[in-house]
Design a protein around this ligand. Structure first.
Ligand code: BGC
Length: 730
């Protein structure tokens, strides 16, 4: 209320409440405000005043900046001075599926719908910055936060991050793309120094951030906790000053990760704009002084007063912050937002439906028909567990969360649904593992009995949001399924061979039990509509069309990051070297010919598709031309469905080591049963470039390339040879 009032008063003082400001108008308003601010006021805008806000300047009606996590929904209100929830009763929201699920949709327009919906909720909750999306590349299945990111491929993440940002920002809420950059582990995230080649940096780890800035025009970005080349990423000369602000022309605000700043001079000079979360919880530090002691508070002021740092440094930060304020809270056209609407629930359901991946379906165990006399035993803790709880900062307080069991019970009217927990874990907690309160043997014995009496067993297991599972602040410790699930699956199989598995996780797991499962569904974390979306797919109301956004290695050592010992992951606690270099994910599997359990881009449907008539529009291209690949896709089955055609490119005989193939385009086509559809993907020849470290520039190598067209990184229908000529065509 107070903020609305301030905003309206301010509109009278420093802005008209009519049309949206042009960039030029915003800059000239900032020009006129900057001289009115005292040095102290300017410095005060560069650091937190509470856990999730930074101060405005009440004297001039400049509003505070309010932030919230992100990225799967708007987090419940946190206390002013501590991490404790504030206990509000009006802050429940829609939980959207995890970003791994969004990535699995391979559907750019769904990403936009997701962004619009979560942005509307953020706006309704009066947030100026939504702390998301996350686009750190999936490097190892052990990373506890992979579920918050968009998978292992830089092209896929780049395509999907852009519409998400545009959707959020349409609401006058800034997206805050995180964690820039190279935050690929949780174990030592606070300090680990990442050594990575320039090639891997530019080709693998930066493209999604670059797309977020250049195409998505993100208004803010969050620095990562870790170090890069000996400097913390929240004040890193190379990443922030050179690459982000200079090369990419980022004109928004760099926010620290919470507690990510470590030095005043570096924070002042190396690209940071707002410092958040530095060691204050209102308990161990004085409430009165804590924020004043931030690196970008008192010590920063002193440095400017002592002329160790020029005043223009703070002016630049304040200019960026004011720009963000004009784009958000002072945008006169900012819509009002909404929360928990049926439209938002539908977006959540649709993303979940399209992101669920069918990985195995022997003897058509799925879909399971709703027939009288059929008993379906739903077994597993994840069938009833709330997955919006735990996980760290992405934890949510949804208005409701339909569990898998509830969704199945709601959908199946004729079949008999039975349930047993089968195994159990403890309650989620941050940085701590709670033991299970139940007796494992009894749980197992009951589950076996329930399975024995059923016609079909649907095991709903996987990971969860506990510490050392899919959770911030710690990595996984084992690649296999936790909580005794492997043994349980074996025993269920011993009594009932009609076994389908639903894997709830944001990460790959080892699957020695796979031969025992007739069917396997990768169901991610699906948010509010979890159970309904899962039941939609299990029942066949929705034909699955999701594709894996990361590889599932058979064993951990088959993953590139783990092929070089501990120095590559997790490092020696001080530093780690990304020894697999550019060969991340499927690039490693394909180039080294190590077959994964399930490949990047893979996913089945209840119908079959064939891709034919695959052609490139030319055989020789100039380096500034576009390559168009066209094809026909036929739905060979009896159900309407969607197929994702994927186009990979590989250089034949390169000067430098290259991945055998890299995704350069995709298209998702919805096709009626029995029908055919033509499609095409256009690729700029410039996108075939590699990053030449010696020249520090992108180079398109002339010569021969293969275009690989298929429906998974390891399932290629046709390979076409093309070449790129030395000359550009005018
Ligand atoms: C996380 C960020 C999050 C921030 C605020 C940090 O611990 O790494 O992703 O936005 O906390 O909750």
């Amino acid at each position: 209320m107070k903020r609305v009032l301030i905003a309206s008063l301010l509109a009278l003082v420093i802005g008209s409440a009519q049309a949206q400001y042009t960039d030029q108008q915003i800059e000239s308003k900032i020009d006129s405000i900057l001289p009115l601010l005292t040095l102290k006021e300017k410095v005060s805008m560069c650091h937190a005043q509470s856990k999730f806000s930074s101060p405005g300047v009440p004297r001039l009606g400049i509003p505070e900046v309010w932030m919230s996590d992100g990225p799967h929904g708007v987090r419940a209100e946190i206390s002013w001075d501590s991490w404790a929830y504030a206990g509000w009763t009006n802050d429940s929201i829609t939980a959207f599926p995890a970003l791994t699920c969004l990535a699995a949709t391979f559907n750019d327009s769904l990403s936009y719908a997701y962004g619009v919906a979560v942005g509307e909720e953020a706006r309704y909750r009066e947030k100026d910055i939504l702390l998301g999306p996350g686009v750190n590349i999936y490097r190892t299945p052990m990373n506890g936060r992979n579920f918050e990111y968009m998978g292992e491929d830089p092209y896929l993440a780049s395509r999907l991050v852009v519409p998400y940002i545009q959707g959020v920002q349409k609401n006058g809420v800034a997206a805050c793309v995180k964690h820039y950059a190279l935050n690929n582990q949780e174990l030592w995230r606070d300090h680990i120094n990442v050594e990575v080649s320039d090639r891997a940096l530019y080709e693998i780890y930066l493209p999604a951030f670059k797309a977020a800035v250049e195409e998505g025009e993100a208004w803010s970005i969050m620095g990562a906790y870790n170090q890069f080349r000996g400097q913390h990423c929240c004040h890193n000369e190379i990443l922030l000053n050179q690459i982000l602000k200079k090369d990419w022309g980022f004109d928004g605000v760099v926010v620290t990760d919470w507690g990510g700043a470590h030095d005043t001079k570096e924070s002042a000079l190396y690209g940071l704009d707002i410092e958040m979360g530095t060691g204050t919880n209102g308990l161990t530090y004085s409430k009165v002084n804590a924020y004043e002691n931030y690196y970008l508070a008192g010590p920063f002021l002193e440095m400017i007063e002592n002329k160790e740092v020029e005043e223009s440094v703070v002016d630049d930060k304040v200019r960026r912050i004011l720009r963000l304020i004009y784009r958000t809270s002072l945008n006169p056209n900012r819509p009002l937002g909404s929360v928990n609407t049926s439209a938002h629930h539908e977006v959540a359901r649709k993303v979940a439906q399209e992101g669920i991946v069918l990985l195995k379906n022997k003897e058509d165990v799925f879909p399971i028909k709703d027939e009288a006399n059929l008993t379906i035993a739903v077994i597993g803790e994840n069938a009833t567990r709330m997955m919006t709880r735990g996980g760290g900062s992405s934890e949510l307080k949804p208005q409701f969360e339909v569990s898998p069991l509830e969704g199945i019970q709601a959908r199946y009217k004729n079949a008999k649904i039975t349930y047993a927990m089968g195994y159990a874990s403890g309650a989620p907690a941050y940085a701590r593992v709670n033991p299970s309160p139940y007796d494992a043997d009894s749980l197992k014995a009951i589950a076996i009995k329930v399975a024995q009496e059923a016609d079909v067993v649907l095991f709903v297991g996987g990971l969860n949001k506990n510490h050392h599972q899919d959770c911030e602040g710690g990595d996984r410790k084992i690649y296999k399924l936790p909580f005794g699930q492997e043994a349980l699956i074996d025993e269920l199989y011993a009594v009932n061979k009609n076994l389908g598995v639903v894997m709830v996780s944001g990460n790959a797991v080892a699957m020695p039990w796979l031969p025992k499962a007739k069917g396997l569904i990768q169901a991610w974390y699906l948010g509010s509509m979890t159970g309904h979306a899962l039941a939609d797919v299990v029942s066949g109301d929705v034909n699955p069309s999701g594709k894996l956004p990361f590889s599932f290695p058979k064993k951990l050592e088959d993953n590139g990051a783990h092929a070089f010992g501990e120095i590559s992951y997790p490092g020696d606690s001080i530093m780690q070297e990304y020894k697999e270099d550019i060969l991340v994910g499927y690039r490693w599997h394909e180039t080294k010919k190590i077959a994964p359990q399930f490949a990047f881009g893979y996913g089945l449907s209840y119908t079959d598709f064939s891709i034919s008539n695959i052609q490139a529009d030319q055989s020789v291209y100039a380096a500034n031309e576009s390559i168009t690949v066209s094809y026909d896709v036929k739905n060979e089955g009896l159900l309407t469905g969607a197929e994702v055609v994927q186009v990979y490119v590989g250089k034949i005989k390169s000067k430098v080591p290259r991945a055998l193939k890299e995704l350069k385009g995709y298209q998702k086509l919805n096709i009626a049963a029995g029908a055919s559809q033509s499609g095409s993907v256009a690729i700029n020849a410039t996108d075939l470039a590699y990053y030449d470290e010696s020249k520090a520039e992108w180079v398109v190598e002339p010569g021969d390339y293969y275009l690989y067209v298929g429906n998974a990184s390891n399932d290629i229908s046709k390979k076409i040879k093309i070449s790129i000529s030395k000359k550009s065509r005018s």
